[in-house]
Ligand binder design. Structure first.
Ligand SMILES: Nc1ncnc2c1ncn2[C@@H]1O[C@H](COP(=O)(O)OP(=O)(O)OP(=O)(O)O)[C@@H](O)[C@H]1O
Ligand SMILES: [Mg+2]
Length: 310
């Protein structure tokens, strides 16, 4: 009974703040969002979420909980089976064509594997983030000739300086450490001028020190540029320290939604169930069905931050 009461409370922690939250524009809202994959896997089950423009959210949950599916549904990299998605107050559930490309330009996406073009320099990779801002014809020419205007180069440098790696501008991407590569990917996302950043396990391939730097970089961007950020993580400790609001998922549903201070062992048990190993503060990664599906080639830069752009 006590547990049920506590759970209910943590699913609605912002009740008192609702009046204020309603007044500001929401970055993203989902209502009744569901996703069933063609093989019958129910990855999302009735997800209703409201995320404000000033939020830094960490999504935690065991492997297979639906974290990536949720994030990818938000910018329609994955088509939800049912439900509604509102981005910055506009219904984007069914938009297509150039409207969809516009959405993807507004939503920056950061992935675990960085998705840089390895043989290009850091600066060229970041300038690629500007491509969605160019018209189709110019874009094609620019990407083929690797020519960018002076202004595009300046913007790329500004973005690199925001993640403190402008000194690496002329180095090839494949000569960088994982942490540096992820900061290039963040700079490329910034060059896109996103209104929302979604990061799917951005530190999963990094050592603890690099993971801290990348998380701090995301937090700095959020605080200095006022961009809402949603990060999927497997590291509970990082989530607690960086997240201003934690969303816990299990089996395609939200089972916790509250402040990091409220994320006690009981709540962690609720999110991770038997997989919880609170002593280590980390969760083993189980192989899931999706691990059997080969990745699309990473050489396709467009897959990373602006999929759907022609
Ligand atoms: N393309 C796909 N086809 C079929 N099933 C899929 C596909 N992608 C994901 N799934 C399944 O949907 C469920 C949710 O997967 P998802 O990748 O969203 O979980 P996750 O919480 O991100 O897991 P992880 O922490 O391992 O990244 C899992 O059962 C997974 O096997
Ligand atoms: Mg995932």
């Amino acid at each position: 009974m006590q547990m049920a009461e506590k759970t209910r409370k943590h699913l609605h922690p912002h009740a008192t703040k609702e009046t204020t939250a309603n007044k500001q524009t929401c970055a993203i809202e989902t209502s009744g969002l569901c996703k069933t994959y063609p093989n019958g896997t129910k990855a999302l089950n009735n997800i209703t979420l409201t995320i404000g423009e000033s939020e830094f959210i960490v999504i935690l949950g065991p492997s297979g909980a639906g974290k990536s599916t949720l994030l990818r549904s938000m910018n329609r990299l994955i088509e939800p089976t049912c439900g509604k998605i509102m981005l910055m107050g506009k219904d984007v559930t069914h938009v297509g064509g150039h409207h969809l490309r516009h959405i993807r330009r507004r939503v920056g996406m950061i992935f675990q594997q960085f998705n840089l073009v390895r043989r290009l320099t850091v600066l060229e990779n970041v300038m690629a983030g500007r491509l969605p801002h160019c018209t189709g014809f110019i874009r094609g020419g620019l990407s083929l000739l690797r020519i960018f205007t002076r202004r595009e180069r300046e913007i790329a440098f500004e973005c690199l300086s925001k993640v403190h790696i402008e000194n690496l501008a002329f180095q090839r991407a494949d000569t960088l450490s994982g942490g540096q590569q992820q900061r290039v990917a963040i700079a490329r996302t910034l060059a896109q001028e996103p209104e929302l950043i979604l990061a799917d396990e951005p530190v999963a391939s990094l050592d603890p020190a690099s993971a801290e730097i990348v998380m701090q970089t995301l937090l700095d961007i959020h605080e200095n540029q006022h961009i809402p950020v949603i990060v999927n993580l497997h590291q509970i400790d990082l989530g607690r320290r960086y997240g201003k609001r934690i969303i816990g998922m299990n089996s395609g549903a939200i089972c916790f939604d509250g402040a990091p201070e409220s994320l006690d062992n009981q709540m962690l048990q609720l999110i991770y169930g038997k997989e919880l190993d609170s002593g280590l503060g980390r969760i083993s990664r189980k192989k899931t069905e999706k691990d059997k599906i080969p990745d699309r080639p990473t050489a396709n830069l467009l897959e990373s931050s602006f999929v759907g752009m022609e």
